[in-house]
Design a binder for this molecule. Structure first.
Ligand code: HEC
Length: 195
């Protein structure tokens, strides 16, 4: 009698626990599965959103300009404020900005600009002609080892256009440029210093 009573109380305890545990286990696994599904959906959504928010924007050069200056407007700008036309005659007539394809830390490691510029540097100056709202002049200095050792290996070239839809054309290059830029030979031929 005693053992039968034990058996039945053991069995009812066992079933009691099982009744509570089994639905719990099913519920937990369902919740986990649901959470997993939500996570997958979330990740997919994020990936899709990223694709929409950050499309690859092709960077193209202004018409007539070489591809290596495409997107120069996103480079480091040396001047903090636009450079106004030089009174009494401006060699690059207009309101100007000067950009370089280097990081601030590279050319000014301790906050102060170091010279010379590294090999491979490209300096681009854009000018808005007086009373015009489009870039009408692009002057470029490219530093390539071996180009012109007598003038710190800079190659100079300038382009202009007189219409916002027109292609740029080369107007001058070489000696005419460095002969004047030699005035600032001590700061590597580049007049505009980093602000
Ligand atoms: C008579 C002097 C003179 C001549 C010639 C000249 N420049 Fe400049 N250039 C300057 C001055 C001054 C600046 C400084 C910014 C400004 O006021 O336009 C300058 C700025 C530049 C800049 C921006 C970097 C810097 O030095 O500040 C580039 C690039 C440039 N010139 C390229 C050329 C090219 C290419 C030619 C030849 C087609 C040329 N320059 C001819 C005087 C001259």
């Amino acid at each position: 009698m005693k053992s039968r009573r034990l058996d039945s109380s053991f069995l009812s305890a066992f079933f009691g626990i099982a009744i509570v545990l089994i639905p719990c286990m099913i519920l937990t696994s369902c919740v986990e599965e649901q959470q997993l599904e939500e996570l997958v959906q979330e990740t997919n959504k994020e990936e899709i959103e990223q694709e929409i928010v950050e499309p690859e924007e092709p960077v193209v050069a202004l018409p007539g300009l070489p591809e290596d200056v495409a997107g120069y407007e996103r480079w480091l700008k040396l001047n903090a404020e636009p450079i106004p036309p030089v009174a009494g005659g401006d060699p690059h007539n207009g309101t100007k900005n000067v950009y370089v394809n280097q990081a601030r830390d590279t050319i000014a490691p301790d906050g102060e600009q170091q010279f010379p510029y590294p090999d491979g540097s490209i300096v681009v100056k854009e000018a808005f002609r007086p009373n015009k709202d489009y870039v009408g002049l692009i002057a470029i200095m490219r530093k390539k080892a071996g180009t012109d050792p007598d003038h710190n290996d800079w190659a100079f070239i300038e382009y202009t256009r007189n219409d916002p839809d027109a292609d740029f054309n080369v107007i001058a290059s070489g000696r005419i440029c460095w002969s004047c830029h030699a005035r600032v030979e001590d700061i590597d031929y580049v007049f505009t210093e980093l602000d």
